[in-house]
Design a protein around this ligand. Structure first.
Ligand code: FO1
Length: 321
């Protein structure tokens, strides 16, 4: 099982889907980035995962579909509509169909399962909850909804506080808690997504953090920061503005109480090891430029998990007679 936000997490999810039998992989998707826009219910992290796993993703932007046309957006602009959040014509079909089915009373997880089947995706994408959870950012100019902060204001406002409105009342996806309690689960992989806005919302759901800590399966986290810089997005800037050093070590400390292994780039891994965090540190290149990089990192993560499982299991007395 993998916990993932959008762009960084989706790359590793793709790598995992190619080194595992894809139907054995469940990716739990952050939904706290979701929002209502132009009367549509939009789930960016689910869609980034869907498009990436279906090979339909736009690799330049990391979101939306490749080969998009923009007739809807240009017509909307003529009408004076809001165009700061770009919706391509084919992408729009997902938002319109998801909105129609949500309004008809279907759950987000049911809709997601069906959309994945129609897009030929064998991996299971599971929204973290079917109840609404919304990231809100307190900045020096007041509170902002997440997409206003992230897209409309391009993550420029200074972040003073992050809250996940609705998390305390939201029910974690039943499948999520069941997997964490499953004795046959191979590993829990925390993808290299932004810990503050993509992983924390999942862990903020009632009982999830405790279930990850109590999980028998090894928990492996991949650093989203390389040499003090986030690979993409505002992770480092947000950490810095919240008064913590934007480093792989900071991320390892945030996860230390619930992970067995922290996977980071060699230079960062050395620093994290010196921090003596009672977490095994595995050094491997974590920047995923190519498909081979995604598969390499996926294999490294799974090997680290399997080694941790062997270390944790009762000593295997090999019958050598
Ligand atoms: N991000 C942008 O920076 N600009 C956009 O216009 C934009 C449109 C968009 C449309 C659909 C979608 O699923 C994602 C989109 N994103 C856009 C990315 C989105 O804000 C982020 O992927 C997540 O919210 C953070 O991971």
């Amino acid at each position: 099982m993998a916990l993932s936000g959008g762009i960084g997490g989706a790359k590793l999810a793709l790598g995992l889907s190619r080194v595992l039998a894809p139907e054995t992989l469940t990716v739990v998707a952050n939904t706290a980035d979701d929002f209502e826009h132009l009367g549509l219910s939009i789930s960016p992290d689910i869609d980034t995962l869907m498009y990436t796993l279906a090979g339909l993703d736009n690799s330049e932007t990391g979101w939306g579909r490749r080969g998009e046309t923009w007739a809807f957006m240009s017509a909307l602009a003529q009408l004076g509509g809001e165009t700061w959040f770009k919706l391509g014509d084919a992408d729009l079909a997902v938002h319109v169909e998801r909105t129609r089915r949500l309004r008809a009373g279907e759950s987000l997880s049911r809709i997601t399962t069906d959309l994945c089947q129609r897009l030929g995706i064998a991996v299971r994408i599971l929204p973290m909850s079917d109840d609404p959870v919304r990231t809100r950012i307190r900045t020096d100019d007041g509170w902002l909804d997440f997409q206003d902060y992230f897209v409309r204001y391009q993550s420029r406002p200074v972040v003073r506080e992050i809250v996940f409105a609705g998390a305390a009342a939201a029910r974690p996806q039943p499948g999520l808690l069941a997997m964490l309690a499953d004795p046959d689960l191979r590993a829990v992989i925390i993808c290299p997504s932004n810990p503050l806005i993509s992983i924390d919302p999942i862990l903020a759901l009632p009982g999830v953090r405790k279930a990850v800590i109590g999980c028998r399966a090894p928990v492996v986290a991949v650093s989203p920061i390389i040499a003090g810089r986030a690979v993409k997005g505002p992770t480092a800037k947000m950490l810095d503005e919240l008064g913590v050093v934007p480093s792989a070590e900071t991320v390892a400390r945030r996860y230390a109480d619930m992970i067995d292994v922290f996977v980071a780039d060699p230079d960062d891994a050395a620093l994290v090891s010196e921090a003596c965090l009672d977490v095994e540190v595995h050094a491997t290149p974590t920047l995923m430029r190519t498909l081979a990089d995604r598969e390499h990192l996926a294999r490294a993560v799974l090997d680290a998990a399997d080694r941790a499982a062997i270390r944790q299991s009762p000593s295997l007395s090999l019958d050598v007679s």
